[in-house]
Design a protein around this ligand. Structure first.
Ligand code: SF4
Length: 339
């Protein structure tokens, strides 16, 4: 570790932050606005552990794991391109730190099954991802694996979308139950709700690769235009002359992220009076998205020319993550009488 890095570690005093993303495909605007921009800011003030949640990917994509390795590599490139700094944050792959699995196993001994069955995403995702058999042991237990991911690093804070808050609450309950049985080992983390976490996809549902409604960070300007110009709007605007309301328009959620207050005011007025059509309304928003993605894509192109960059970053991240994970597991094994 360089002196500079040490100094910056000392100044990043606002606790440990842990977060991960599944390598299920190209990262998209939902990831960028829901997590990555926030992560880039967080790494300036906190010791951050960001991981590729490849075991979590298997909880839903277990039948088709073929893309995980390539998606992991692509995800690290995206992370670096948006500004995550491997000299400042620990960037690693979950499956390369087996202590995540060990802690999950030990938690599974003490956590009642109904705690997992009542996590809202359990039923919701089963309904949303029809066509996949999600009655598996791994899918039921994935929030507990998340608890292990977080508590392994004794995180103080966990950046999440609002829909993930029940998972943080579960993690707090897991920490409390463990500490009650075996003595104080784990702090209770708090969830930090990330603004704009729910970026709508082109069909109005939450943006997600599995819904086929995402704008990828690697989409070129034409692809961005094609996708967003067709994005669903207020259904009352059937004809150009029908007035609508931006508050009922999924596309306007992107205006809220990308456009100035004045631009939003003009669009709102135009929408409510039907003086603009949806295609015109979206133009400025689409241009902003294209402008934001262009430099990210340029940095990504440069990174792909550096052979072995992703392996290098993951190897260093694994080393740093494993050092912390091993220390925690020493305490856990001791507390549970496993030494
Ligand atoms: S005019 Fe704009 S805000 Fe109104 S429905 Fe169309 S896209 Fe949405």
């Amino acid at each position: 570790m360089s002196n500079n890095q040490q100094t910056s570690d000392e100044s990043r005093s606002s606790g440990i932050v842990v977060s991960g993303t599944r390598p299920t495909g190209a990262l998209h605007l939902g990831h960028l606005n829901g997590a990555l921009k926030n992560w880039v800011q967080l790494q300036k003030t906190a010791r951050c552990f960001f991981f590729v949640a490849d075991w979590h990917a298997l909880t839903t994509d277990y039948a088709e794991p073929g893309g995980i390795a390539e998606n992991t590599r692509a995800m690290i490139l995206d992370w670096l391109a948006v500004g995550l700094d491997p000299d400042v944050s620990v960037l690693f792959r979950q499956s390369q730190v087996p202590e995540h699995a060990e802690l999950h196993l030990l938690f599974s001994m003490i956590i009642p099954v109904p705690w997992l069955e009542r996590v809202p995403s359990y039923k919701e995702q089963q309904d949303q991802l029809q066509g996949r058999d999600l009655s598996t042991y791994g899918f039921l237990g994935y929030p507990l694996l998340q608890s292990a991911d977080i508590l392994l690093y004794k995180a103080a804070r966990v950046p999440v979308g609002e829909d993930q808050l029940p998972h943080v609450e579960l993690t707090r309950e897991v920490a409390r139950r463990f500490n009650r049985f075996y003595g104080p080992v784990f702090p209770e983390p708090t969830g930090m709700v990330v603004e704009a976490a729910r970026v709508p996809g082109t069909d109005g549902r939450k943006m997600s690769k599995s819904y086929g409604n995402a704008v990828a960070l690697t989409d070129d300007a034409d692809a961005v235009h094609t996708k967003l110009v067709r994005m669903v709007t207020d259904p009352r605007r059937q004809r150009r002359s029908d007035p609508g309301d931006p508050k009922d328009c999924p596309a306007f959620r992107l205006h809220e992220i990308y456009c100035t207050e004045q631009e939003r005011a003009e669009v709102t007025q135009g929408c409510r009076t039907a003086s603009i059509g949806c295609v015109d309304c979206k133009k400025v928003m689409i241009r902003r998205v294209q402008d934001e993605l262009a430099p990210i894509q340029e940095r990504r192109r440069e990174l792909t020319l550096r052979r072995g960059i992703t392996e290098e970053v993951l190897a260093e991240g694994r080393k740093q993550a494993a050092a912390v994970a091993e220390t925690t597991m020493g305490e856990v094994r001791g507390a549970m009488g496993l030494l």
